[in-house]
Structures are given as structure tokens and as C-alpha cells.
Design a protein around this ligand. Sequence first.
Ligand code: GRF
Length: 221
Amino acid sequence: MSRPLRVTVLISGTGTNLKALIEACQSGRLSAEIIHVISNVGSAAGLKWAAQAGIPTTVLEHGRFPGREKFDRALALLMASGDPDLIVLAGFMRIVGEPVLGPFAGRIINLHPSLLPLYPGLNTYQQALDAGDRHHGSSMHFVTSELDGGPVISQVRIPIYDDDDSGSLRRRLAPEEHRLVVATVELFEQRRVESADNHVFVDGRQLERPMQLNDRGILET
Ligand code: GRF
């Protein structure tokens, strides 16, 4: 039997997606082990979820480094500790460069609040509203050098209502994101997913479109 999936989570803020992952591990929904939580913001509220669960945390403040490259090198060293199988960027508000992507290619995934390839970057809720979209959602994708541009593994989608604003959309999407991040890590735990040639393969087959989270919290092709 293979060892439980070892997961390192990177955060910058409230960490509700980290909390969802911790709870899924505690309840047995996931058999993965979160081995390390790294934040680039010392005051990140999400650090408390890790501390309460007894998970080691490290703060690596990017402002203390004289440039992106030096920060990335230090981050890559930290990420390597504990020999993780998967790195989850869950609200980690930094672009990572080659020093991180090189050693961890195919093992870093990011959660982004849009139906990628729509709306990489910030303010995705308002962008969807301004465009008159009828749906919004979140995606999990492999991290590459292109901002929010790596191959997309999975998505969850919610309707946009006439009276939605960016706040209401964000609040309704949050619990769906939590289910998405758990279901996506489960795919890795089951060793069902990998990336090659900028594509996602699930069960050995190339995905033609991202897997979609259904109402039961299960990802469907
Ligand atoms: C999520 O909306 C995620 O999609 C985005 O940042 C937010 C993080 O939320 N990348 P939290 O820190 O997990 O509560």
C-alpha cells in the first residue's frame, strides 16, 4: 500500500479552504496528511486552523527578501521539507517563479475563483458580473509560469442571480470552493490525476474539459 498523500498548503489570508482540508482529514473523508502550512503573511488568520490541528506552520514574509527570486528560492527550500507529494495554493497571493515551479512541476495546484480560462487575476466576481455572465465558479489547476493559466483539473459552477453583487457571489461560492478543494485533493490521494504536456490526465485519459463537481461533492468527467 502506498503512503498517505503528504500535502503542504500555502496560504496568505483567512484560510477557510485550508480549514476545509483539515476537517476532511480529521473526519476521514480524506486519508491525506497535511504536513506543513506556509504563509507569506505573518498575520494570516488561517494559521490558527493549522495550529489548532497541530500542523507545523512557517511564516515566510515576502517583504523580508530583496526580490522575488530570493523569496522563491527560500520558499522552494521550505516547501521541500517533509517531502510533500502535493502542494496546494489555497488563497496564496503570490506569483511563484521558476525556483518553485522547477522542482515541484506537476505537484503544485492552485484554487482560483473563476471558471478558467475566464478571468485570471483579481476581482473575478466583479468581472463576471460586469460581463453579464449567468454563471460563476472556481477552478483548480496545475500551476505553471502563466498566471492562473495552467491546465485546469476541476471546477465548480454556481448561477449568478439578478440581485447578486460581488459580495453575495463570493459568499455563495465559498462553501462550493471548499467542496471543490477537498474533492480535488481526493483525486490526488487516489493517484488518479497527473499533468503532462500542459494537459490533465485522469485515470490515464486526457481530459477534454475540466472535471465538474456535482451536487453530491463528486467530480465527474
Ligand atoms: C479563495 O476564494 C480562493 O479561490 C482564492 O483565494 C480565496 C482564499 O480563501 N484564491 P481562504 O483564504 O481559503 O478563505
